[in-house]
Design a protein around this ligand. Structure first.
Ligand code: AMP
Length: 126
């Protein structure tokens, strides 16, 4: 696998504190913050602190501790937003755009947590 991480991407700058974000949760290995252009009433981005371009890069190269923290942080965000369907919430959608076909704009792994309105079907047919 050949991924080259661009340390000048905007999420790397957020992680280094060079540009601000509306932080929601910080953990040892992750940061969660509000998307600057929300697509739903709740739109939080969860990113690992490590230099991973996209999901498969992270899955292949992150440590077990990073993978566990990332997964649990996403779960904690769902709990903080009160959207867990098993706990009386209205549900949510997770999206991890990766690469060209998915129109990934920022080349640092991020999971979108979207909730707060009916989100429609998973994909529109092109
Ligand atoms: P993607 O198309 O999956 O790469 O999504 C990138 C997301 O990053 C978009 O939803 C943008 O609105 C969001 N975004 C870009 N710059 C910032 C920023 N400075 N702070 C928060 N979110 C951002």
């Amino acid at each position: 696998m050949a991924y080259s991480y661009d340390p000048q991407n905007i999420f790397a700058k957020i992680l280094r504190g060079e540009i601000p974000c509306k932080s929601v949760l910080e953990t040892e290995h992750c940061l969660a913050f509000e998307d600057i252009a929300p697509q739903a009433p709740n739109h939080v981005l969860v990113i690992p602190r490590g230099p991973y371009v996209c999901y498969d890069h992270f899955a292949a190269e992150a440590s077990d501790a990073e993978v566990v923290d990332f997964t649990r942080t996403i779960g904690k965000i769902c709990a903080m937003l009160g959207v867990e369907p098993g706990n009386g919430g209205g549900g949510y959608r997770l999206i991890a755009n990766s690469g060209e076909a998915a129109v990934q704009e920022v080349p640092h792994l991020h999971v979108h947590v979207l909730a707060g309105r009916p989100l429609g079907r998973m994909l529109e047919r092109a």
